[in-house]
Design a protein around this ligand. Structure first.
Ligand code: MTE
Ligand code: MO
Length: 531
């Protein structure tokens, strides 16, 4: 078949041109992301455009939206965010492709604009230390823009007018071939990039594997035998690492090489500034403590609370060696700002850290080095304070300053400067909308008021009187405490409500409050139907 016959037979129409343009746009977008992913593997996984833009979006998310996302997607919120970004990019890619059919050069240049956005996001992330972080976005965009230009050049000539450039005729086979090659190359590059990014941080993995935690000088007392109630459905007293909740802003979990890790302690009223290595920490006296950690974003009855056996060094001892004095002893700094390798900042009252409680730089969690998700190699913990004001993961810097002089990450986003954990209780069993049989039904759960301790838990059926629940043995006042209540259940719908009283005598408040600014308040209720 001659070229003329071919052209005459295909009768290229506007629809073909536009849909092929849209397809070209999509392919260009895929190619751009794939190349970016590949380059990010060489530069830094966090420098990839989707992760960088996602991180920037997280930093700018209004509190209400963040709360909504955590409520609806839980720990999957980050996945949902990244899928959302990809969906938006796909729409823009389709539109750019259609636009490029008429304006080939401008369309291709449009892809580059997205590269600039990605590069700006990547280089302005708080953990970005080098302009090379722009490379994934820039090179990806150049690849995508180039591909779009090339593919558009293979589309059918406009139906009327406009002279054809040589070699520009509509050749379906050549377009399909180019498109297929582009798609396959993108898929390959993307897959390799993903795999490399996922396998990254080998030094960190090796450094973790090589850690042999020395026995702590100060052991945690054994968990009392009665701390765990024998009722099915109640959370285990010690939360296994794999089940421990995770809340952070990191789209890519930092992989820190413990042998290269350093912690600097400095700031106002630090006459003896210090920089410590991981081995420096391990050579110090280690303490082992059970501490229950809670997130300020935990709704009443929510899952963002966990209890683990931690090993670490006493933070107050280290600060004292550096010459730090708490405000009550005339020290100039009332805020300790912890910084992580990914740019998180967490501000803690110096007074709380140095008042005798077991504030620590933790290196171990439930008998192993910290998992990467939970802050390897070192994180901070302060019993009694919500995580966002105390529990900096992947910590690398401690600065002594004042609350007047500096607002940490979440404080800039409307959360309270100081946030002791509120007295709370949760019904673990029966589950909401359960259908237990009439007769003896065990109601049980957990209550917490870290660093004050739980003294009483009461259960109420419907609008009946408050009845004392049986308290399980207390481990320490820094841990949660389990409770149970033997209910003689009668047929029909019932509402079970729980409330706790802490050791200061304060009764958990009925008043329902939102998580913002300093933690949710109110009673947890569960509705069941007894059959
Ligand atoms: N570097 C860093 N540390 C962080 C956070 C974070 O986003 N980044 N989140 C804090 C919050 S809000 C909580 S509740 C705890 C959660 O610790 P976990 O993920 O180990 O349960 O970590 C704290 N430390
Ligand atoms: Mo949190």
């Amino acid at each position: 078949m001659s070229d003329e016959e071919n052209a005459a037979r295909t009768k290229p129409g506007t629809i073909t041109r536009l849909s092929s343009g849209a397809l070209s746009g999509l392919l260009a977008g895929c190619a751009a992301l794939a190349v970016a992913e590949l380059v990010a593997a060489a530069v830094r996984p966090q420098a990839g455009p989707v992760v960088a833009v996602g991180g920037a979006a997280i930093d700018r998310t209004p509190v209400a939206v963040k709360d909504w996302a955590i409520r609806n997607f839980g720990t999957d919120d980050k996945l949902v965010l990244q899928l959302g970004i990809l969906a938006v990019l796909a729409l823009f890619a389709l539109a750019l492709g259609v636009f490029a059919v008429r304006h080939r050069r401008t369309g291709a240049a449009g892809v580059v604009v997205f590269g600039v956005i990605g590069a700006a996001a990547a280089t302005s992330r708080p953990d970005s230390t080098s302009v090379t972080d722009a490379l994934p976005s820039v090179l990806g965009a150049l690849a995508g823009g180039g591909l779009l230009y090339l593919l558009i050049g293979r589309l059918p000539a406009p139906p009327r007018g406009a002279a054809r450039e040589p070699g520009q005729g509509w050749d379906r086979r050549r377009f399909v071939l180019a498109a297929t090659v582009a798609a396959a190359a993108s898929a390959g590059a993307g897959a390799v990039g993903r795999a490399l990014n996922g396998a990254g941080g080998q030094e960190a993995v090796t450094s973790r594997r090589n850690i042999d935690l020395p026995p702590p000088a100060s052991r945690a007392p054994a968990v009392p035998r009665g701390a765990q109630v024998r009722v099915a459905g109640v959370s285990p007293f010690i939360t296994p690492n794999a089940d421990f909740y995770r809340v952070d802003t990191a789209l890519v979990v930092p992989k820190v090489d413990a042998t290269a890790w350093r912690l600097r302690v400095h700031g106002d009223g630090v006459p003896r500034e210090r920089t410590l290595t991981f081995d420096d920490l391990l050579r110090r006296e280690l303490i082992e403590r059970d501490i229950t950690l809670t997130c300020v974003s935990n709704e009443v009855g929510g899952p963002y609370v966990g209890n683990a056996r931690w090993i670490g060094v006493r933070l107050a001892d280290l600060l004292e060696e550096c010459g730090v004095r708490p405000p009550s002893q005339g020290g100039p700094a009332d805020q300790l700002v912890a910084r992580s390798v990914d740019g998180m900042t967490i501000g803690t009252p110096v007074e709380d850290v140095m008042d005798g409680r077991d504030a620590m730089l933790a290196v171990g969690m439930n008998g192993e080095p910290l998992p990467f998700d939970h802050g390897f190699p070192v994180r901070m913990l302060v019993p009694g304070l919500y995580g966002y004001v105390s529990a900096c993961k992947w910590i690398e810097d401690i600065e002594l300053t004042t609350f007047d002089a500096y607002d940490a990450y979440w404080v800039k986003r409307d959360w309270a400067r100081e946030a002791p954990i509120k007295t709370q209780s949760r019904i673990d069993t029966p589950k909401p909308f359960a259908r237990p049989k009439a007769g003896a039904v065990m109601v049980a759960g957990v209550a917490w008021a870290q660093h004050r301790g739980i003294d009483k838990v009461e259960v109420r059926v419907d609008d009946g009187p408050w009845q004392a629940a049986a308290l399980a043995a207390e481990d320490t006042r820094d841990t949660w405490r389990q409770w149970s209540y033997a209910w003689q259940a009668t047929e029909g719908g019932h509402t079970l409500t729980v409330r706790a009283t802490d050791r200061t005598g304060e009764v958990q408040t009925e008043k329902r409050t939102r998580t913002v600014p300093d933690g949710a308040g109110g009673w947890h209720s569960v509705v069941v139907t007894v059959e």
